[in-house]
Design a protein around this ligand. Structure first.
Ligand code: MD6
Ligand code: FE
Length: 209
């Protein structure tokens, strides 16, 4: 379902079995040796999510991508598994777009988790200009995902992102402001066996050309 030109919601794209497999993979990474951390942003505040970046590392202090976690523990970013990239490519195609991801940012939200209104513009200029999409996958509890316009004050729409949903954010919508206003506790499939929400965002243009 197209919310705006280039902003496509794919409700229940993943089966429950696919959600389970993906959630287990994400938790194994997050609970592993190069796992979850809480980023501190430029202004000194802590984000309201736990994060792990795969393929490249997004430095919350500098808003730049780099090979290792210089703002945290200095470890190299874990690799981006090819099965995850393939899923993102498949979702982009379902929305009529193309993406060759080089990074995935994995976010974990508890009941108090949220993400302030932001634009994703730290990827390479050529991919931003071409409207190469970000592909987002949600697992677990439903999020109230807010989408605005190209300036912070523009009117906003709320899209509930439920477990197994895809969201493809590209074309003329690539630089729209967006955020997560809230996560609705206990709204995810109980079969997944975890509280809270996982979100994966796949991006192209985090590495030098
Ligand atoms: C989240 N997502 O859903 C945060 N960014 O937890 C994002 O910030 C996001 O879903 C770009 C494109 C799609 C997204
Ligand atoms: Fe974003």
């Amino acid at each position: 379902m197209e919310i705006f030109p280039g902003a496509v919601h794919l409700p229940r794209f993943l089966s429950l079995a696919e959600q389970l497999e993906l959630a287990e993979r994400c938790q194994a990474i997050g609970n592993g040796p190069t796992g979850w951390y809480v980023p501190t942003v430029r202004g000194g505040g802590q984000m309201r999510v736990r994060m792990v970046c795969l393929g490249r590392h997004w430095n919350a202090r500098t808003y730049r991508y780099e090979a290792s976690r210089r703002d945290h523990d200095g470890r190299p970013a874990p690799p981006l598994p090819p099965q995850l990239s393939a899923l993102a490519v498949r979702m982009a195609e379902a929305a009529g777009m193309r993406l060759l991801p080089d990074v995935c940012i994995l976010n974990s939200y508890d009941a108090a988790g949220k993400m302030g209104l932001h634009q994703d513009k730290d990827e390479r200029q050529d991919t931003l200009a071409a409207g190469v999409p970000i592909v987002s996958v949600s697992l677990g509890d439903t999020a109230k995902f807010i989408i605005g316009g190209l300036t912070r004050k523009d009117a906003k729409t709320m899209v509930p992102l439920a477990s197994g949903d895809g969201f493809v954010f590209g074309g003329p919508s690539r630089l729209r402001f967006h955020g997560v206003a809230a996560v609705l506790p206990h709204t995810g499939p109980p079969e997944l066996g975890f509280d809270g929400r996982l979100n994966l965002t796949f991006r192209q243009g985090a590495s030098p050309p």
